[in-house]
Design a protein around this ligand. Structure first.
Ligand code: S3P
Ligand code: PEP
Length: 409
C-alpha cells in the first residue's frame, strides 16, 4: 500500500509515456503474420504488450496471458490458423471470467477447432491450428470490439480473405477503426463501411518503419491531474493531432467540461489550465466509444465535486474488474453519491468527507491510476498499487518526477 501526497502546486513538468498498448498489440501480431518486416518504434513497455510478444515467440503448448484481454482475444484468432500446432491458452482468475464465446463461435464457424478447457464460454481454450478457407462471418458487435479486431487481423492470412458482418449495436468503434487504419497503413486494402468489414488475403507487406504513438488512455491521468490543479502545465511526448486512438477524444472532453487546454508542438502534447473555465451544473457524456477513460472522468468529477451522468458504459463490467461496481465502492469513499445501472454511472451530489480513504484497486490498473490525481486534493492511500504495470509500468516513477511524495506504508 502507498500513501500519496501532493508536494508542489502548480505543477510544471515533462514526461515520456510509453507507446499505445492497443496499437502495439495489433502491430506485434501483424509483424508475426508478415515475417517481422516492420520495424516498430515506441512499442508499449506495458505488461500486456510484453506478454503479447512472449506469447508470439513461445514454442511450447501452454500460454498464460495473465490479465491481457486484447492479447487473449488476438492470440485466440492467431493460434486457430497455425496449422499443425495445438496449444492451450489460459490467463488470470479474472481472465477466466471474461467472455470469449462470441469470438470462439465465429472462429469455429469459419472452420477453426477451439474447445473450452474449463468453463463453456470462457478461457482457458484448447486450440488446434487449422487451415481456414471460409470467407465470411456474421458476429455480434455489442460485447467487445476486440473479437472483431482479432478476426480482421487474421483475415489478411485467410486464402480467400474475410468479410465480417457486424450484427447489432457496434461498441468501441474507434478500436475497430484503428485496426483497419493500421492495416491500410501497412498497405492492406481493408475496408470498414457501415456494418461490413472486408479484409483481402495478403501475401506480403513492404518492410517499413512505423512509430507507435504514445498511449492516450495513459494520458487521461494527466488530463485529470491538470483539471484538479491550478496554473499547471504538463508536457508528454510522442502524441499527435491526428491520432489512431479513440481516447484522443480526451482533448475535446477535457477542454469542454474540465477546462484543460491541449496544444501540440514537435510531437509533444502540452496540457494546461484554461483560467476562464467554469464548471457546468451537471456533466453529461456518452462514452460508448471511449470505455477506457470512463474511470478517469468519474474520478475527475469527484475531485471537482461535479455532478455527472456518464452513459454508454455497458462494456465496463467485463473488463479487468466490474469497473462500475469498483468505481461506486471507491469514489463513495470521497463522499460522492453514486448510482450505477447496467450501462451508466451518475454522481448526484456529495456528503461531507472526513477520513483519508484507503482505496482498493481490484487487480485493475485503471482503478489505481484514475484515483491518483485525487492526491492533488486529498491525501490518499492506494492498495496493490503495482497493478499499473498492466499498461503503464513507470506510472509511479512518473508521479514522483511530477513532485508527488509516494510512501510505502
Ligand atoms: O482493441 C483494443 O485495443 C481495445 C478495445 C477496447 O475493448 P472493448 O472492445 O472490449 O470495449 C478497450 O477497452 C481495450 O482496453 C482495448
Ligand atoms: C480493458 C482493458 O484492457 P484489456 O481488455 O486488453 O484487458 C484496459 O486496458 O482498460
Amino acid at each position: 500500500m502507498i500513501e500519496i501526497s501532493a508536494l508542489q502546486s502548480p505543477l510544471k513538468n515533462q514526461l515520456a509515456i510509453t507507446g499505445s498498448k492497443s496499437e502495439s498489440n495489433r502491430l506485434l501480431l501483424l509483424n508475426k503474420l508478415f515475417n517481422q518486416v516492420l520495424t516498430l518504434e515506441n512499442v508499449s513497455n506495458s505488461e500486456d504488450s510484453q506478454l503479447m510478444q512472449k506469447a508470439l515467440a513461445n514454442e511450447t503448448d501452454l500460454i498464460d496471458i495473465h490479465h491481457a484481454g486484447t492479447a487473449m482475444r488476438f492470440l485466440t484468432a492467431y493460434f486457430s490458423i497455425q496449422e499443425g500446432r495445438t496449444i492451450t491458452i489460459t490467463g488470470s482468475a479474472r481472465m477466466k471470467q471474461r467472455p470469449i464465446k462470441v469470438l470462439v463461435d465465429a472462429l469455429n464457424q469459419l472452420g477453426a477447432e477451439i474447445t473450452y478447457a474449463e468453463n463453456e464460454g470462457f478461457p482457458p481454450l484448447k486450440i488446434v491450428g487449422k487451415k481456414i478457407t471460409t470467407n465470411s462471418i456474421t458476429i455480434p458487435s455489442n460485447i467487445s470490439s476486440q473479437y472483431i479486431t482479432a478476426l480482421s487481423l487474421i483475415g489478411t492470412k485467410l486464402e480467400n480473405g474475410l468479410t465480417i458482418t457486424l450484427d447489432g449495436k457496434i461498441i468501441s468503434v474507434p478500436y475497430i477503426q484503428m485496426t483497419i487504419e493500421l492495416l491500410n497503413r501497412v498497405g492492406i486494402k481493408a475496408i470498414f463501411e457501415e456494418n461490413t468489414i472486408t479484409i483481402p488475403f495478403t501475401e506480403n507487406i513492404q518492410s517499413e518503419k512505423l512509430q507507435v504513438e504514445s498511449d492516450w488512455s495513459s494520458a487521461s491521468y494527466y488530463y485529470s491531474l491538470i483539471a484538479l490543479s491550478k496554473e499547471s502545465e504538463i508536457t508528454i511526448s510522442t502524441y499527435f493531432e491526428n491520432s489512431l486512438q479513440g481516447d484522443s477524444a480526451l482533448q475535446n472532453i477535457y477542454a469542454e467540461h474540465f477546462g484543460v487546454i491541449s496544444t501540440f508542438k514537435d510531437g509533444s502534447l502540452t496540457l494546461k489550465n484554461n483560467p476562464a473555465f467554469s464548471l457546468e451544473n451537471r456533466i453529461e457524456l456518452d462514452l460508448i466509444n471511449t470505455p477506457d477513460i470512463a474511470q478517469t472522468i468519474a474520478a475527475t468529477c469527484v475531485g471537482l465535486k461535479a455532478k455527472c451522468l456518464l452513459t454508454g458504459l455497458e462494456t465496463l463490467k467485463i473488463k479487468e474488474t466490474d469497473r462500475l461496481v469498483a468505481l461506486k465502492n471507491e469514489l463513495e469513499k470521497f463522499g460522492a453519491i453514486i448510482t450505477i445501472t447496467d450501462d451508466s454511472l451518475s454522481i448526484d451530489g456529495y456528503n461531507a468527507y472526513t477520513t483519508v480513504p484507503k482505496l482498493e484497486t481490484y487487480n485493475d490498473h485503471r482503478m489505481a491510476m484514475c484515483m491518483a490525481p485525487l492526491a492533488q486534493i486529498y491525501s490518499i492511500r492506494i492498495n496493490n498499487e503495482m497493478v499499473v504495470e498492466k499498461s503503464y509500468p513507470t506510472f509511479w516513477e512518473d508521479w514522483t518526477k511530477l513532485g508527488f511524495e509516494i510512501k510505502a506504508i
